[in-house]
Write a protein that binds this ligand. Structure first.
Ligand code: ACO
Ligand code: KIV
Length: 515
């Protein structure tokens, strides 16, 4: 049977403890509304006592956000619990979450309390919270570094005092999965009244184990997981909501557990939290990173095109993405290349695909990522080239501060190679003049524009020209990471369009005429 695990989202409380992640009241309300759409069971909206802003956020979220239970954190102090109640009162589903350390390290060095004093305080504060609300959660802070026998005593006492949820925090991210799972099993076995409460876990990610620890706890009977969107939170953050939820959903066969989360809302929620907290999501972050559903290598891309299950354990649509992304680059293969150009609307023959693919591979060696625009340029140029009578074979340009720019250009016209050298005012001008000399064109260059298609110094430059001859105006485009090559291609594409290069006998290096 599948157990339903409660998702207690603490993005607005522990998540906000990430340096620089603070949110104003309106932003918190916006995130809380999205968390409700995501389907979390409980929203920890803040720590009402900590500031007027947090009080207002808890209060307004409790009043305005429908669906989840709204919770405020409170230290084990009467003033905190009263303030939490003031913020929450009047709202339909509310919880007070109070906490006090159980570890000797904390009790001795921070709280300067004995174990007995701390237990008494915890019981008294749970009772006080219960005098206001039905739903009280207690956390024995630093539980993973506490003496288990004392921890069990505290848990038993606070359940008897009325706490319905006992949250076991790995406050400093010290636990490892097998150990943490054993701790949860120990609580269930050693605390006589433990079945009267939901056992929750709250893990920090200092050793990168927050999700693993939370899943290990679920295996041993935890019924609630505290987590944050994108895993943000104090220091290295908290258990990532999306990872734990998708872990359970994808491996329900193993965990026999699931959540009520509407997973299709995950990506949207992640983007909103990232934007609101200004915390960038690392590209390789599981589930929500930009690369989480991106496939780069030819072999993977080929497998995916044949059947998605070959290399995808989750469908991108299941987390609200439109589709997996095939990243076109130097590791891509012909199958993926053909698929992508067909998606762009081009129907190519096998020969055309082969030509275009060769050029794509050359470009991919020069550029880290190939964008759609790059592909369009390659394919459209490749298609146009098939019919071209003049093609660029090669060129060399010399230019510098104390040198007349000189170009040597080799063209193929109707299958004949012609090489010529010429000069100009700059490298592009030298190439253009030499091309004009070879082709004997009478055309006039009306416009020359160069722009970067994509960002970065390795961007492709796109050159557009407009050329006029005998009252006819044509345009030409060319693109390459080398703008002189792009310029030559643009000029030649326009000359080809003039399409009146007669098949005049081209003998060796003889001139031909564009009529
Ligand atoms: C593990 C966690 O993430 S717990 C949540 C942590 N979150 C935050 O701390 C954010 C909000 N905090 C705040 O705004 C402030 O710390 C406040 C308003 C709560 C308290 O501010 P101050 O009164 O200036 O105290 P300060 O933060 O310097 O010290 C904390 C005090 O709370 C006490 N305290 C800490 N936790 C608890 C607790 N669970 N129960 C009772 N007292 C506690 C400390 O012992 C210390 O008391 P002391 O002044 O008698 O030594
Ligand atoms: C308040 C508790 C649950 C906490 O945030 C922690 O121990 O990390």
């Amino acid at each position: 049977m599948t157990r339903m695990i409660r998702i207690f989202d603490t993005t607005l409380r522990d998540g906000e403890q990430s340096p620089g992640a603070s949110m104003n009241v309106e932003e918190k309300i916006m995130v809380a509304k999205q968390l409700a759409r995501l389907g979390v069971d409980i929203i920890e909206a803040g720590f009402a006592y900590s500031s007027p802003g947090d009080f207002e956020a808890v209060h307004r979220i409790a009043q305005e956000v429908e669906g989840p239970t709204i919770c405020s954190l409170a230290r084990a102090r009467p003033e905190d619990i009263e303030r939490a109640w003031e913020a929450l009162k009047g709202a339909p589903k509310v919880r007070i979450h109070t906490f006090l350390s159980a570890s000797d390290i904390h009790l001795k060095h921070q709280f300067r309390m004995t174990r007995e004093e701390a237990k008494k305080r915890a019981v008294a504060m749970v009772q006080l919270a219960r005098s206001y609300v039905e739903d009280v959660e207690f956390s024995p802070m630093d539980a993973s570094r506490s003496d288990p026998s004392y921890l069990y005593e505290v848990i038993e006492a606070v359940i008897a005092a009325g706490a319905g949820t006992i949250n076991i925090p790995d406050t400093v991210g010290y636990a490892v999965p097998q150990e943490f799972g054993r701790l949860i099993r120990g609580i269930r076995e050693a605390v006589p009244n433990s079945s009267r409460a939901v056992i929750s876990v709250h893990c920090h990610n200092d050793l990168g184990l927050a999700v693993a620890n939370s899943l290990a706890a679920i295996v041993e009977g935890a019924g609630q997981v505290e987590c944050t969107v994108n895993g943000i939170g104090e220091r290295a953050g908290n258990t990532s909501l999306e990872e734990v939820v998708m872990g359970l959903r994808t491996r329900r066969d193993w965990y026999q557990a699931d959540t009520q989360i509407r997973t299709e809302e995950i990506s949207k929620t992640s983007r909103l939290v990232s934007k609101t907290t200004s915390m960038v999501v690392q590209p390789n972050k599981a589930i929500v990173g930009a690369n989480a559903f991106a496939h780069t290598s030819g072999i993977h891309q080929d497998g995916l095109l044949k059947d998605k299950t070959t290399y995808e354990i989750m469908r991108p649509e299941s987390v609200g993405l439109v589709e997996s992304k095939m990243v076109m680059g130097k590791l891509s293969g012909r199958h993926a290349f053909r698929q992508r150009i067909e998606e762009l609307g081009y129907k190519l023959t096998d020969e055309e695909v082969n030509h275009a693919f060769e050029r794509f591979k050359k470009l991919a060696d020069q550029k880290k990522e190939i964008y759609e625009e790059d592909l369009e340029v390659i394919v459209s140029e490749e298609l146009a080239k098939m019919a071209d009578r003049i093609t660029l074979k090669s060129f060399r340009v010399e230019s510098g501060t104390n040198q007349v720019p000189t170009a040597t250009v080799e063209l193929e016209i109707d299958g004949k190679a012609i090489i010529r050298t010429g000069t100009g005012d700059g490298p592009v001008d030298a190439v253009y003049r030499t091309i004009a000399a070879i082709t004997s064109t009478k055309s006039t260059l009306l416009m020359y524009v160069v722009k970067a298609i994509t960002g970065g110094t390795d961007a492709q430059g796109e050159v557009s020209v407009r050329v006029q001859e005998d009252g006819r105006t044509v345009s030409g485009h060319g693109a390459d990471t080398d703008i002189i090559t792009a310029s030559a291609r643009a000029y030649l594409s326009a000359l080809n369009k003039l399409a009146c290069l007669t098949a005049k006998q081209v003998q060796g290096e003889e001139k031909v005429n564009l009529i």
